[in-house]
Design a protein around this ligand. Structure first.
Ligand code: DX5
Ligand code: ZN
Length: 218
């Protein structure tokens, strides 16, 4: 199981210390929530922040694009050092364009991910099971950290894991929103491979929080 701390919740007045703690925490990825103030009602960081993290951390840069123009921002964040670029199925509903963007992200040298909001039908992902490396299930409405986990996410995780086991077993199911020790257990039991956690990781000791999640998979 992979832990991907969301740096949306990082204390930017203490950035270097916290990134060093993340590097030693046992987390394998860092999750970057890119928000454009249009696809979601919030605005976060641009490529220069990702470049700074690339200088400070060897962890996998897991970029979550909550943007209305994933084509533009895929190029921007690939150039800034992203390893994984995930965009929302709701931002591009055309099948061919979605497949084309997945292949473009691969051509940029990144892994490609697709995400859906909690109220979107999980069937939206069915046509793309072989096209993406990561499938990001939002367990909160995207836009802000610190929201409670939506319990209906568990059945969505297990449905998606079952589909992938039959068609693309090496693909990863990532869950994002309201993850703590209790909800992490629910997600792992449902088949999640990657857990994104923001407020849970940064509100206390970073290493202890990450380790408390890693311990669930042992
Ligand atoms: C929400 C983001 C999540 C969020 C997670 O739009 O995609 O990654 O930062 O934060 P917590 O773990 O606090 O729910
Ligand atoms: Zn996210």
């Amino acid at each position: 199981m992979i832990v991907s701390p969301s740096v949306l919740a990082l204390d930017y007045s203490n950035m270097e210390t916290q990134v060093n703690e993340l590097n030693e925490s046992g987390a394998e990825w860092l999750h970057f929530d890119v928000m454009d103030g249009h696809f979601v009602p919030n605005l976060t960081f641009g490529p220069d922040i990702l470049k700074a993290f690339c200088k400070m951390s060897p962890l996998v840069k897991d970029v979550h694009l909550m943007v209305s123009d994933p084509y533009f921002f895929s190029d921007v964040f690939a150039k800034a050092g992203a390893d994984i670029i995930t965009f929302h199925a709701e931002a591009e509903r055309d099948y061919l364009k979605t497949v084309e963007l997945a292949r473009h992200i691969h051509a940029l040298g990144c892994k490609a991910g697709i995400s859906i909001k909690p109220l979107s039908d999980i069937e939206m992902l069915r046509p793309y099971l072989r096209e993406f490396d990561v499938f990001l299930i939002m367990s909160v409405e995207p836009g802000f950290g610190g929201q409670p986990f939506l319990p209906a996410s568990a059945s969505r995780i297990s449905t998606l894991r079952r589909w992938l086991d039959n068609s693309h077993p090496e693909a990863l199911v990532e869950v994002d929103g309201g993850i703590n020790r209790d909800t992490a257990k629910i997600c792992l039991d449902a088949g999640a491979d990657v857990l994104v956690a923001g407020s849970y990781v940064f509100k206390k000791n970073i290493r202890e929080s990450v380790q408390s999640l890693c311990a669930l998979a042992q």
